[in-house]
Structures are given as C-alpha cells and as structure tokens.
Design a protein around this ligand. Sequence first.
Ligand SMILES: Nc1ncnc2c1ncn2[C@@H]1O[C@H](COP(=O)(O)OP(=O)(O)OP(=O)(O)O)[C@@H](O)[C@H]1O
Ligand SMILES: [Mg+2]
Length: 246
Amino acid sequence: MSYFMVFAGKGGTGKSTLAALTVRYLMEKHLKPILAVDADPNFCLPELLGIDHFETLAEVRDNVLQRKPEGMSLDDWLEIEINRIVEESEGFDLLVMGRPEGSGCYCAVNNVLKRILLEIAEQYRYIVVDNEAGMEHISRGIVNKIDLLFIVGTPAKSSIQAALRINQLTKELGIEPNKKIFIINQSNKRVEDEQVLLKDFKKVIYVNFDENVKRISEEGKSIFSLQDDSLIIKNLYDLLEEEIER
Ligand SMILES: Nc1ncnc2c1ncn2[C@@H]1O[C@H](COP(=O)(O)OP(=O)(O)OP(=O)(O)O)[C@@H](O)[C@H]1O
Ligand SMILES: [Mg+2]
C-alpha cells in the first residue's frame, strides 16, 4: 500500500526544501521504494534533489496526440511515455508534473493519465508530493489520497489563513488526510493561534531558520550537500521519525 505525504502551503514558505529533505530521510532510513512528485508548475524539486535532466508530464500530455504511433491505443502510449519520464535516480524516482493543462480539451487524456498515475503510484511504498498552494492536482483527482499532510507556513497571520484555507479545500474535495501537521518554518517564534490550529491539526511544529539551507539554495546545490548535523535536519527528522508510518 502506498503511503502519500503531501507538502502544501503558501509560496516561499519552504515546501520544496522540506519535501526534498523528506526524500533524503526516507533514503537514509532505507524506507523504500520512494517516488518524489513535483506537483508545482514552477518546479524546483529536481534541483533540490540534484537532478538536472527531466521531462514533465505536461510535455507528454501536450504532445501525446501528435507523437502517438498509429495503431497504438492512447492508454498504451501514455503508459509507455509516463514510464519513460519517471526519472530513476539512485535511491528514489522522480515525476515532474509541470503546468496544469491549457485551454485545449484533454479530457480523454486526463482520465487515462489519472488511472496510469495511480497504477504507477502503487509500485512505490512512499510518495512525497511537493504541491503548490492551489492544490491543483489534488482538485483534479491526480492525487486522491493523503496519509500525511504537512502544511508549511510562517508565523504570519496570512500564512495561518492560507493553512486554514488549504485545510478547508481538502475537506471540500472529500480528502481526509489521516494526519495533518502544521510546520512553522524558518522561525522559532510561536504562533498566537496555535489553539485554533490544534482543533484541526495533530501538531504545530517549529523548524528553525538554518543558514546552511540558505547557502545551498543560493549556490544551487542539492539538499544532499547539507551536513547531517544541520539544524533543519535535526528539527525535521525528529518529526518524521515520529509521524511516518513504517
Ligand atoms: N528552514 C530554513 N532555513 C533557511 N532557509 C530556508 C528554510 N526553509 C526554506 N528556506 C529557503 O527559503 C526559500 C524558499 O524555500 P522553498 O523553495 O523550499 O519554498 P517553497 O514553499 O517550495 O516555495 P515556492 O512556493 O516558491 O515553491 C529557499 O531559498 C530556501 O532555501
Ligand atoms: Mg517549491
């Protein structure tokens, strides 16, 4: 059974960094097989995971009808193409979704896509999804199950509001994650509204600002270059150790 972990929250809060570090954690603990999914149209998970060559699912979707060999069914062709673009790296695989569909109608393609993605997901024990704030892929049914939802924010009121909106959205979409955790990243300042959040979230946890993260991000390095004793690793790994289902 696949175990889905999803990172969501306002832009720039640290979703991709924490999602990439979760992949690193799973690798170090030999919890596998792992699929990392970049579901943010402005993908940056590949860079954080040290991957510079990849094709997106959006590219496959947009070109599917032109490229499909004659006589082959749409299902078979999409399956081949998706398997081709799932990047196999040492210790984990990566799928980059790319932008949501444009104005053309790809309804048939999207329905097939959903089914094939679910089939592919079944091959992995752990799936880590780096989502954008709008939860586009969730609302389209591409991700239809969440075991562990991390909403990433800052202590700012707007961040808390965004978290509550995302929480509401998952409810409206009929997705009830098993566990919901609110991560206040890049800060150790406690939030005033902790009690409000705790009505809906199992925990509110704090991840400190870490100079090393800022440095590797400026240098375009992957999260694998962060030292084991980094503050962010310590903060996040403690949480993952407690919350991820084995
Ligand atoms: N704990 C931290 N300490 C220091 N810097 C951090 C920390 N977490 C994230 N950052 C930095 O904050 C910036 C935004 O992080 P990241 O790209 O992970 O956020 P995001 O929520 O995925 O953003 P976006 O919505 O743009 O995809 C990056 O430069 C990252 O290195
Ligand atoms: Mg991101």
